[in-house]
Design a protein around this ligand. Sequence first.
Ligand code: GLY
Ligand code: MN
Ligand code: MN
Length: 451
Amino acid sequence: MSNAETPTRIPPPESALEGLYAAHFATVADRYTAALAATGFDGAVIPAGGLRMLFRDDHSYPFKPNPQFRLWVPEPAPDCAVVFEPGKRPVLVFHQAVDYWHAPPELPSAWWARHFDVAVIREPAELTQHVRKGPRWALLGEPCGPAEGLGEPDPAALIAALDWHRAAKTPYELGCLRRASFLGAIAHRAAESAYRTGASEYDAHIAFCHAIKSREEELPYNNIIAYGRHGAVLHYQHLDRVRPASAPSFLIDAGAPCLGYGSDITRTWSAAQDEFAQLVAAVDAAERRLAAQVLPGVDYADIHLAAHREIAAILSDFRIASGSVEALVETGVTRVFFPHGIGHLLGLQVHDVAGLAAGPAGGERPRPPGHPYLRLTRRLEESFVVTIEPGLYFIDPLLEAARGTAAGTAIDWARVDAFRPFGGVRIEDNVVARQGGAENLTRDAFAALGG
Ligand code: GLY
Ligand code: MN
Ligand code: MN
């Protein structure tokens, strides 16, 4: 694998992010202070989560830290916790067991750790010693030891208030997401190159991980690596070890991690300069137009509805379906070919929290009728980070359900049959809402690599 020069192209996270973390920490503390006051709590215990053991076995699933904890702590270790009381320095309760079967985590000494008082515990149950008796505490997550005495578990009102604010990213978080996009673009290049030189799905996946020195469990979500018809399965999960005799297309939906934040990038490639390549180019152009609409004040549901009009125009241009743009949307034809939402909030979680929230006090902003899979209905604000991911697929069960309906009569079935072997197209970018114009992290990252 020819990625010998890759590490030098990756900016070290400290240099890019260290200077931004102090302000992020202060913002998170302010948000916690306000949310605790608004919901009647005196403090919060935020556990990192622990290692979950396999059923009746003595080894664990990969450690997946609690995102509420990760908002504070860039490099988590299992069974730690943040104890936050407004006006006081947060305490990082650090579980360091005496263990010779595994290497115990080292005490944090990185740039972020000096913002905390660090209290070492040897047993999970010692966490309670760091929570003051008397005040009304909230417990946000699963503690490593007994939950008793740590606070009210996951109070809905407090979580709603905290999650609401996670949509707008701090400059530090934007730095993490920028770097995750950059790493994602490097890894996408490596996977595409593997596809073009005869690799199997599995080998393209390994090329992706290797290019950024990531373990699979560190990726923000399971890679979707789909050759040919597999691209018609939205979250295709297998990694075939053997390359099929025919692999006319490659859909890759895969992201890279950076300190808990992840990119979420999809590209689709055609093996040849054929009509499917033109379809990919048409969806790519539509995606760019939609991404440019990511601006403060815009209702995200309107971008979703605009995407349906874009898909309708493409269906018509490629003679896959006939009728006006309005008719193709109204009669549900576009939903046969584009059956998911245009995107979602992105951050510590790939499908980040509070996408449907009506406000910091809770409630839900409804989806447009007939669009049950849209994950984000909020009006965009400065520094929201979202994905824009239009798709056009040839999905057998949806096509079969449409056959014989009003939508089916608009579809050119011979054209559908011609495109079926390619599976489908999805193009997905990560975009920051900015007053002066959308910042497209993904396009910027690919451009930094030379287009
Ligand atoms: N990778 C999952 C998604 O795009 O939402
Ligand atoms: Mn994706
Ligand atoms: Mn996505």
